[in-house]
Structures are given as structure tokens and as C-alpha cells.
Design a protein around this ligand. Sequence first.
Ligand code: PGA
Length: 240
Amino acid sequence: MEIRIFTDAAALAEAAADIFEATITEKPNAVLGLATGASPVLTYKALIERCRAGIISFKDITTFNLDEYCDLPQNDKNSYYTFMQENLFSQVDILPENIHIENGNADDFDKEAAAYDEKIAAAGYIDLQLLGIGNNGHIGFNEPADTFTEGTFRVKLTESTIRANSRYFTDSEMPRYALTMGTGSIMKAKKILLIATGAAKAEAVYNAVKGPVTPHCPASILQTHPDTVFLLDEAAAALL
Ligand code: PGA
């Protein structure tokens, strides 16, 4: 696991964009695993700029998002579908048919989850997976639990996650369930890039990097991945 610490958020985002650029340059039809939340926003901005400048193109790229809320309309302002459209997809040359996000309104969640895993496998698995980390150590919506999860599944969100994310749901109730790639799906990615900023992440980052590998801190499994890089600001790295 490689750890890089930055003093400013813009430099961190450019370093993350460099890693995406290297993957896309080496493999123009790469499969990217994407994340939502505050952590990747500046990285997506940097990727949009590089796409506009003609340095990278998404025209042959395929994407799979980590997770999506259940029972939230796709076009809700807080859906991860909307987040991705606004923060990346509408501003780069990606083909809509190459974008994949779990359908959180599927009639049969198990079937949707299995089909999602099949699509990832059919695409040849993920070349580069971007992750944030929850205050509780979650990756995707893999919440602390007694066992590590495998493939995509429907998860009941923990109180910690509901507390952290309900700030976005100012005029509606935050969903209690989500579909998420499992830790097994994430670990199959060839390269993993985790971004964490801010003091609220310091304990989770410490547990992920220095703690035991345990499903009580799902991100700790990344210690066993052969090609993972953590990009941190000083506040998130404070306990290392
Ligand atoms: P954040 O969320 O980027 O909004 O902090 C990260 C996460 O919960 O995985």
C-alpha cells in the first residue's frame, strides 16, 4: 500500500487525475470504477479539464459506480446517478451505454446485484477503482460487520453513514438501504486509488492502514491488495 500526503486539496486532485490519465493513456478502453461523495469532486473536475484539453478521452471508457441508494428516484438530486451526471459524465465524451450504476429501484435487488457483477466480469473487471472512505471505515457502502462481503448486494446503512450523509437530504428522508459493490468486487480491481481528506477521516484512515485486517474496518482489506495507493491530506493522515 502506497501512502501519499498532500498539503493542498488541488495538488491531491491533480495527483489522482495523473493516475487516471496514466491508466487511460495506457489503455484507452479501460474499465473505471467510480465513487461519489465529496472526496472525488475535485478529481472529477481535473479529469474534465484534461478531457476538454484533449489530453484524455472517455470515448472508449467503460465505468461502473460503486453504489446507489435504494428506493430513491434515479433523477432525485441526491441519487448517485444525478451526482455522476453533474460532476463528470455530462462534461466528458463518455458514451451513455458505457456507464453503469446499480439500479436502486430494481424489482428484484438480488437479480440486479448478480447482473451487475456479471457485467463487471464481462467487461474484463475494473482496471482502476476510485474509493472514498467513510468515517466508520466503509468503502462503497460496505459497512463494518463481522464478515467481509463478496459481490454486489443490498445493504442496510449504519447510523454512522446515515448521520454523515443525511446533510444532503435537506428536504427528504435519507434512504436506509443501498446497492453496493462488495469488498470482493472492489478487491478484484487491478489498481485501487483511495482519497481521504479532513480530520473526520483520520481514525478510519489509521485503522485502514495500521490496524488489523478486519471487516470491522472494511477499508483495512486494502492492505492485502497488491496495488493500492492512498492520497491523503494532512488532516486525514494526522494519526499515521
Ligand atoms: P465523502 O464520503 O467522500 O462524502 O466523505 C466517502 C464515503 O463515505 O465513502
